[in-house]
Design a protein around this ligand. Structure first.
Ligand code: HEC
Ligand code: HEC
Length: 345
């Protein structure tokens, strides 16, 4: 009798277990579906970029190739300058990182620029142009320097256009692309389109962001971690690690009184807005291809990356970094050198 009782008791357990099982299966399905919704379909474990404060540079941009070609010619055209000697490429040499590697650039009649020339590579992604952000677009930027007496001294648009018209090839090329032929707007449009083509994707760091864990070494990863943990990332972030905000130079200590010889160009964004809060504020520069573009800072005062990082740590973060960490950050920065037209810069 005792045996029979036990058997019946166990028999009753079976429907209860089945019920629990069914409830569990329904709950699991629901849970699983919510998880799938939370993880967007395009997101795979491999795509590290989605969780990082830095995004890879777009691999492919749709641009009008004929405009790019014409813009390339104009970018290298000294006839845009007053003395027919200076082109954009004089100060933005594409073979040396899109700069001139000088502390200050040499303009028409050997006049020195007030600030260091930034690279033109990836400039199409900047939220504004120039250190002080005074040009909203690449078109406005190009228009300013062609006419500027200090940079290219092109004189007036009429003079520039007449000079280009003397070369029947330009007349032909422009007419093929623009119904109104050679005009100031069309010159600016072609140059700006060419500049937008100067993007440098596929750096080793971007390959890492795209999911290739082996694209950068363990030390380079450590450098990236330091870059984030010290707070460099708070200003140098996004696709360019810069180019998307203004920041005061000298947040923790007075950079300019330490350096001395303050000029108007050191006032930065203040020169554009007249707002006292913008004095000494500059567009945070991009760190893409940074090993190629020394000297550094708007005043070209840092010759090496090591110097630049020490200055940044001191004045922007109020810290002194151990030599080993500086070396690691430099290793990380080297991984940011990308490719132009499929070839490493
Ligand atoms: C004499 C040297 C020189 C010439 C010639 C020159 N530039 Fe520059 N370029 C500079 C300097 C210096 C700056 C920084 C000026 C500033 O921020 O006030 C600059 C800034 C720029 C920027 C802004 C980049 C950024 O990150 O803010 C772009 C884009 C640019 N130049 C494109 C051109 C184009 C296009 C031409 C030809 C039409 C040209 N430059 C001619 C020296 C030159
Ligand atoms: C509070 C914002 C801020 C922080 C934090 C910051 N930076 Fe900068 N960084 C800037 C600004 C602004 C400039 C441009 C300064 C100038 O030349 O006027 C700059 C310039 C640079 C340059 C020179 C770029 C060039 O093309 O000339 C390098 C390199 C650099 N930063 C690296 C770093 C590193 C590494 C760290 C962390 C140790 C860091 N920055 C932290 C705002 C910041």
């Amino acid at each position: 009798m005792i045996f029979k009782n036990k058997f019946i008791k166990r028999f009753y357990l079976i429907p209860i277990l089945i019920f629990c099982g069914v409830v569990f299966i329904f709950w699991w399905q629901d849970f699983w579906q919510t998880q799938q919704l939370l993880i967007a379909p395009s997101e795979s474990k491999a795509n590290i970029a989605l969780h990082e404060p830095i995004q890879p540079i777009t691999l492919q941009l749709e641009l009008n190739e004929s405009k790019v070609k014409l813009g390339d010619k104009l970018f290298h055209e000294p006839r845009l300058s007053g003395d027919n000697k200076i082109s954009c490429a004089s100060c933005h040499n594409l073979n040396i990182g899109g700069t001139d590697r000088l502390v200050r650039s040499i303009g028409i009649q050997k006049q020195l620029s007030f600030v260091n020339s930034p690279t033109v590579f990836n400039s199409g992604f900047n939220f504004k142009q120039f250190w002080d952000g005074r040009a909203e677009t690449l078109e406005a930027q190009a228009g300013e320097v062609i006419l500027s007496e200090r940079v290219m001294g092109g004189g007036s648009w009429l003079e520039v256009i007449n000079k280009l018209k003397q070369f029947s090839k330009y007349d032909f090329w422009f007419r093929e692309l623009y119904p109104d032929g050679i005009t100031s707007d069309n010159i600016k449009d072609a140059i700006a389109t060419f500049e937008r083509s100067l993007y440098t994707p596929n750096s080793r760091f971007d390959q890492f962001l795209h999911g290739n864990q082996n694209a950068i070494t363990e030390e380079e990863k450590q450098g990236y971690r330091r870059f984030k943990s010290y707070g460099c990332i708070s200003c140098h972030q996004g696709m360019l690690l810069g180019g998307n905000m203004f920041q005061t130079f000298g947040l923790f200590e007075d950079y300019f009184s330490d350096r001395g010889k303050v000029t108007k160009a050191d006032f930065g964004q203040f020169n554009v807005t007249g707002d006292e809060r913008d004095r000494y504020a500059f567009k945070v520069p991009s760190l893409r291809n940074i090993v190629l573009t020394s000297p550094y800072f708007h005043d070209g005062s840092a010759e090496t990356l090591e110097e630049a990082i020490k200055v940044m740590a001191k004045y922007q973060l109020g810290r002194q970094l151990p030599q080993t960490d500086i070396a690691l950050i430099i290793k990380f920065l080297i991984t940011l050198t990308g490719e132009y037209q499929g070839k490493p810069l």
